[in-house]
Design a protein around this ligand. Structure first.
Ligand code: GMT
Length: 378
């Protein structure tokens, strides 16, 4: 098949997932055309079946807000016509689904029928999409997609609860590439971070408010009073400056490293003993799944779809959003008991294996085939 993938190209989970999906589809022989405003971060190697088309948004003195959605729709039309796409798969509803609807209408006016599939990722529904600024457009473009998928049962429920949705939502969960995300022996690296054998905790996010990064730092301040430990803060975003200040206020800077954005996540995760995910909401929590694939148990909140990935008392522990004492206590249960920690590490890996990319790609391929058959019949 010739598949157009539209996503945010940055470090966010939806872009990562869309890029990994495109790479896996290309490995299976499909031709994949990425249509984004920048090269997706995980699209880092040449593949003969992958093509990248940059959406240029020319500025003009009249434009206080350059019309990205129109530029995106026009680029989609160009690729549909010239690369003979079979279908479009857009990740994150805003503004990708409405741009795809527009591109579909334009192609139809030229006698070409191209279905589009919308995959909902989280904040496009729970945070931004529900706002009345966007809601009518999001509802319309979901209902007019040829198929809609959500990355967790929780996100499906949230969408059905908050939108007047007539389109059926299929859950196709996020996945992990277990060949890339696996435990790697990085003892030498571990010794640099934790020279006296301290335990290592990790947090990975885009440092937005929804991640409640402050809970990870406050919990860590409690943990290190009882167990010698280091915290790796990986990623970057609007809250980072405040979080560095919080470390200074708490006097914990010596034991916390802010590493910024990193590419070799599997190497960093491999030296961690625990992964902290205190988010206010996660539709899924892809970062936690990647940690689990590297044998790292997860200490998290119980928000959104997290309980579908992190099994309480088995792959980690869950607690209510904002309960810093519980985050610390749950971490200490494992950090103080080597045998239990090792058991949880094995459980985390075993559970991550159920999200193996090899089980998920065929689900997308089956959906593509179904949608193409429906379009043929109509
Ligand atoms: O929250 C983020 O890190 C970014 C956001 C995005 O849209 O890129 O992530 C969302 O999609 C990910 C991939 O499906 C999910 O794993 C995240 O849980 C989800 N984030 C939220 O729901 C807050």
């Amino acid at each position: 098949m010739k598949i157009g993938i539209v996503c945010y190209p940055t470090f966010g989970g939806s872009g990562v997932l869309a890029t990994e999906l495109g790479k896996a589809l290309a490995d299976k022989g499909h031709l994949v055309h990425f249509i984004t405003y920048q090269q997706p971060v995980r699209l880092d190697t040449f593949h003969p079946n992958i093509f990248y088309h940059e959406v240029a948004v020319p500025t003009y003195p009249l434009f206080d807000f350059p019309p990205y959605e129109s530029a995106l729709a026009s680029t989609m039309v160009d690729i549909i016509l010239n690369k003979e796409l079979d279908l479009l798969h857009v990740h994150y509803a805003i503004p990708h689904a409405s741009a795809a609807f527009m591109a579909q209408q334009i192609a139809r006016s030229k006698g070409i029928e191209v279905p589009f599939i919308t995959t909902l990722h989280g904040t496009d529904i729970t945070l931004v999409g529900r706002d009345k600024t966007y809601e009518p457009v999001v509802t319309f473009s979901m209902n007019n997609s040829n198929a809609v998928t959500a990355v967790s049962e929780n996100l499906k429920e949230e969408t059905e609860r908050h939108f007047d949705i007539t389109q059926e939502i299929q859950v196709i969960t996020n996945f992990v590439d277990l060949e890339r995300f696996q435990y790697l022996d990085k003892e030498h690296f571990k010794k640099i971070i934790a020279p006296e054998g301290q335990k290592i905790l990790a947090h990975v996010s885009n440092f937005r408010k929804v991640k409640r990064v402050q809970d990870a730092i406050e919990a860590f301040a409690k943990i290190r009073k009882e167990v010698p430990a280091k915290l790796l803060m990986i990623g970057d975003g609007p809250e980072r400056v405040n979080m560095e200040q919080l470390c200074r206020d708490l006097g914990t800077c010596d034991d916390i490293s802010f590493l910024g954005r990193q590419d070799k996540m599997e190497e960093l995760l491999s030296i961690a003993d625990l992964f902290l995910l205190p988010s206010e909401y996660e539709s899924f929590g892809l970062a936690a799944l990647e940690a689990m694939a590297c044998r790292v148990p997860v200490i998290s909140s119980n928000a959104g779809g997290i309980p579908e990935i992190n099994i309480d008392g088995h792959t980690g522990f869950l607690s209510n959003v904002g309960d810093v004492n519980a985050l610390a206590a749950n971490s200490l249960k494992l950090l103080k008991d080597e045998k239990l920690l090792n058991e949880f590490k094995e459980n985390a890996l075993a559970h991550a294996k159920t999200f193996d990319i090899k089980y998920i790609i065929p689900q997308y391929e089956a959906l593509y085939t179904k949608v193409l058959e429906e379009v043929k019949v109509a």
